[in-house]
Design a protein around this ligand. Structure first.
Ligand code: ADP
Ligand code: MG
Length: 238
């Protein structure tokens, strides 16, 4: 686990600025949800946390370390995307162990970590199946399993549930929260779904057009929205 500091971060693509100085402190072990309309810069911010996108100015720190110039694989972060493509020719166990194998872990270590993640996610009976033999929710759990096996300091989720049907989405919300309560890994979770944000977050960060409009505990934002946009987005009475 680790705290994450996002300080005055800007991002431009080809001279066009899409993030205009974003500052978000994230406590060790917190579950922080970034919300805002499509195109406001949520994924870009997450990709910069992961090191997949270079920041134009500002700083990002994980724990005590400024990571601006640290490569993704040196960052001790695991990311779960919306389109969590599993390797179709690998079993669940192989999918979950693959990143460890790439890092040169030995067979025992891989088995032990895959089994632990499978226990946490209730995947023990599915370890020898292939992705095509799984339901949507089971596939999503395998994608989370791939993140858990690495035992990272930080989890990043980018709209992980948006491809699931409504009923499954509600169930998976609960699962992800239980996972967080169990592991207490610092988590940054992106969604454009206000209900997901309200029910899952310790702290919500409301973004619009590349800036942070307001951040705070869900009920604080609901009771004291800073402006009409936040009120409208969170659903509090205007
Ligand atoms: P969100 O995840 O909130 O929907 P994004 O972070 O994907 O928003 O995008 C924020 C803005 O940055 C959008 O205007 C998008 O078009 C732009 N953008 C994102 N990635 C790139 C890129 N690689 N090149 C150019 N523009 C980009
Ligand atoms: Mg996005």
């Amino acid at each position: 686990m680790a705290s994450v500091q996002i300080h005055d971060v800007r991002k431009s693509f080809g001279g066009f600025e899409v993030l205009h100085g974003v500052t978000v402190p994230i406590e060790d072990g917190a579950f922080v949800v970034l919300v805002g309309p499509s195109g406001c810069g949520k994924s870009t911010l997450l990709r910069m946390l992961a090191g997949l996108e270079k920041i134009t100015s500002g700083t990002i720190s994980i724990g005590d370390r400024v990571v601006n110039d640290v490569q993704p694989k040196e960052r001790d972060i695991a990311m779960v995307f919306q389109n969590y493509a599993l390797y179709p020719h690998m079993t669940v166990a192989q999918n979950m162990g693959f990143s460890l194998k790439l890092r040169g872990a030995d067979r025992n270590e891989i088995d032990q970590k895959v089994n632990r993640a499978a226990d946490i996610l209730d995947l023990r009976k599915l370890l020898e199946r292939f992705p095509r033999q799984l339901s949507g929710g089971q596939r999503q759990r395998v994608a989370m399993g791939r993140a858990i096996v690495r035992d990272p300091q930080v989890f990043l989720f980018d709209e992980p549930l948006s491809n699931l049907d409504a009923k499954l989405r509600v169930a998976m919300r609960t699962e992800i929260k239980e996972l967080h309560q169990r592991l207490k890994t610092t988590t940054v979770y992106v969604t454009h779904d206000q209900i997901e944000a309200m029910t899952m977050a310790d702290k919500i960060v409301v973004m619009q057009d590349g800036i942070v409009e307001q951040m705070g505990a869900p009920l604080d934002l609901y009771d004291n929205p800073a402006n009409k946009f936040v009120a409208g987005f969170i659903g509090s009475p205007a």
